[in-house]
Design a protein around this ligand. Structure first.
Ligand SMILES: Cc1ncc(COP(=O)(O)O)c(C=O)c1O
Length: 464
């Protein structure tokens, strides 16, 4: 959103007024988008006919690759850089293309609720985890000498495990792992007056562990702190944590949202007026915008506009992809569950999964199935172990002929990984024990192939 046409009268106030009108116009586009269905929002976001008119009529959001914006005069420059009017200024701070992505993500994350949300996108999912959590771990001048701590589910992505461990080692931040995120008493016992946030992945990578988001939100809010949920694996097409009480949602956009694999990216989305024990007031009032205008600008892990455009393109088909891929994944999960060489399959859609009841309660395909009937879908990630442990897992993994072997997930192409020797290698055996990452676990991300072909590839791999 910009207001970069010269105003009728010169001067700082004229630019501020022009900015107010541009912001009002975009609020109108947001309000209209909120009346629409998930797919329509995913396709259009706030890029409406008026926005197109500002962009040479282009029907697709243009990629603004320029690093900086030209200003009409010094008043325009001062108003823009003082954040007194909407402008983009410099691509590390903001950019029109990344702005369209942020607006669409915020609308999708708040879909089906009356919440207002905002999003800041980042150069990777880890940059999003860092940006959001680092801001909440600031020193509290009201409690000099106190050591902030965080309470997190240990069943999380290895990079997040390592980042939080780094906070502890490098900055002395208290790190309180909850090894079973379904254990409500463990969360409650870990919180004290210096806890800054609760953190969980729902569902987790690679164990597909669930957490009770409304119950965790109630615990967090009783202590005046936010609940942060990494919802990368589910995507807003299947799970919308803000509507369940979470305050902040993290995504690695590198995964199912950006399934074509053209970009590494992340996002932090937050509702308005979050509880937090650290300020400033702007942080509580609009966390994502605060992150964008100050810490993200200074930390510098911004997203490239070319990547933002690639992500916008993938995002348009998110719901239908997650619907189809979830159904294929259920087929594969059932196939693996019935295979003689397979020991355990972890997939929230299976009744035997410890988090199945929660997943059945909280997951819902936005707007339901093709006939508009309510539909529960469980996502496109599963994990399994073989009776022969890690050696058998390596054998089957090495025999895969269609499924790619890579440390990736959410991709249009199916991908397998062995987390204990890849994504979760560096956290060590003790770290994997708290996170319950079995040495022989194979993580399987199902993409757009026909499930018959995936079944055939798995069948020949498991024969070896
Ligand atoms: C659940 C989850 N969160 C965050 C990340 C980090 O994302 P990125 O690789 O985009 O930095 C990953 C990466 O696999 C992930 O699986």
């Amino acid at each position: 959103m910009t207001a970069d046409i010269e105003p009728a009268a010169p001067g700082l106030n004229a630019w501020i007024e022009r900015g107010r009108l541009a912001a009002e116009r975009e609020e109108g586009a947001r309000a209209t988008a909120r009346t629409r269905r998930f797919d329509t929002i995913a396709v259009h976001g706030v890029y409406d006919h008026l926005a197109a008119a500002d962009n040479q009529g282009a029907i697709i959001e243009p990629a603004y690759l320029a690093p900086a914006q030209h200003f009409a005069d010094s008043d325009n420059l001062e108003a823009a850089l003082g954040y007194l009017m909407p402008a983009w200024g410099y691509t590390r701070i903001a950019n029109p293309t990344t702005h369209y992505l942020e607006e669409t993500l915020a609308l999708l994350e708040a879909y089906g609720t009356d919440l207002t949300a905002a999003t800041v996108v980042t150069g990777s999912g880890m940059a999003a985890v860092h940006l959001a959590t680092n801001a909440l771990l600031a020193i509290d001048p009201a409690r000099p000498g106190a050591t902030p701590n965080l309470v997190a589910s240990a069943k999380c992505y290895g990079g997040t495990f390592m980042l939080f461990s780094r906070y502890a080692v490098e900055r002395g931040i208290g790190l309180r792992w909850v090894s079973d995120p379904l254990d409500a008493a463990a969360w409650a016992a870990a919180i004290d007056e210096d806890t800054r946030f609760l953190y969980a992945e729902v569902p987790s990578n690679p164990a597909l562990a669930m957490a009770d988001i409304p119950a965790l939100a109630a615990h967090a809010h009783a202590h005046g702190i936010p609940l942060v949920i990494d919802s990368t694996v589910a995507t807003p097409a299947l799970l919308r944590p803000l509507g369940l009480g979470a305050d902040i949602v993290i995504h690695s956009l590198s995964k199912a949202i950006g399934s074509s694999g053209l970009a590494i990216a992340g996002a932090v989305t937050a509702r308005r007026d979050i509880p937090a024990r650290v300020g400033p007031d702007d942080l509580r009032a609009d966390f994502a915008t605060h992150l964008k205008l100050l810490p993200a600008r200074d930390l510098g892990a911004s997203l490239s506009p070319a990547a933002a455009l690639a992500l916008l393109s993938d995002l348009r088909t998110l719901r239908t992809r997650m619907d189809a891929w979830s159904r294929s994944t259920m087929t594969v999960a059932r196939y693996l569950s019935g295979h003689a060489s397979v020991d355990t399959v972890w997939y929230p859609g299976l009744e035997a999964h410890p988090g199945h009841a929660l997943a059945a309660r909280d997951f819902s395909l936005a707007d339901g199935d093709a006939e508009g009937r309510p539909a529960t879908r469980y996502g496109n990630l599963l994990s399994f172990t073989l009776r022969g442990g890690l050696p058998a897992a390596r054998r089957a993994f090495d025999r895969l002929g269609l499924v790619f072997r890579a440390t990736d997930l959410g991709r249009v192409k199916s991908i397998a990984a062995i987390p204990s020797i890849s994504t979760h290698q560096q956290q060590g055996e003790a770290g994997r024990a708290i996170a319950a990452v079995d040495a022989g676990l194979i993580r399987l991300s199902i993409g757009g192939e026909h499930p018959d072909d995936l079944g055939a590839d798995l069948a020949q791999a498991l024969e070896g």
